[in-house]
Design a protein around this ligand. Structure first.
Ligand SMILES: [Zn+2]
Length: 182
């Protein structure tokens, strides 16, 4: 899915990969009262358990090595997806429930592989934040149910602040994705 069906003015923030562990992330999330969903790769998150554990987030799966899964064989996809889920379960004490394919790319094999690893939902997005600017796949504002993508980058403060400001401007409240996708 790329968005959540809801009657309420809610929006969802997701943060991917985990490449840069920005020191201001926790403070920004707590000040805003926002609990993001984060989709971590083993290759970025490995060795940074303490950093991601102190964030007010729910950790989800994004493959071990961030490959483009499109067209890859079942065993390859299953190893990437299940391996990452196993790693995250070990570091965070809870098996992730949501899966996001790298680059948003997936095929029927991805769905089968993800299902075999225990995932019920593939979660993509409807808007993205890059270089401190919110970019929309359709239209020129956020609308209820949008799932917004950003990354753990050096521009974390600019990106997270841009999301918060845009949500406020568009009359939307960020709420946890896990309230809608168990
Ligand atoms: Zn990614």
């Amino acid at each position: 899915m790329t968005r959540i069906e809801t009657d309420k003015p809610y929006v969802f923030i997701t943060i991917d990969d985990g490449a840069v562990q920005h020191p201001k992330a926790r403070e920004l999330m707590i000040e805003a009262g926002v609990w993001p969903s984060v989709f971590l790769n083993t290759k970025y998150a490995e060795g940074h358990k303490d950093y991601f554990k102190q964030l007010p987030v729910t950790v989800h799966s994004h493959t071990s090595n961030h490959p483009n899964l499109l067209g890859k064989g079942f065993e390859f996809q299953k190893n990437e997806i299940c391996g990452n889920a196993d790693f995250l379960a070990g570091d965070y004490g809870k098996r992730p429930t949501l899966f996001r394919p790298p680059f948003g790319n997936y095929d029927a094999t991805t769905r089968q592989a993800a299902a075999s690893c225990g995932f019920k939902a593939l979660v993509n997005w409807t808007a993205a934040v890059n270089d401190g600017r919110v970019q929309f796949q359709q239209g020129d504002k956020l609308v209820r149910g949008d799932i917004v993508l950003m990354h753990f980058r050096t521009t974390f403060v600019e990106d997270f602040t841009a999301f918060l400001n845009r949500a406020k401007q568009d009359g939307l409240t960020p709420v946890p994705l896990e309230d809608f996708l168990a």
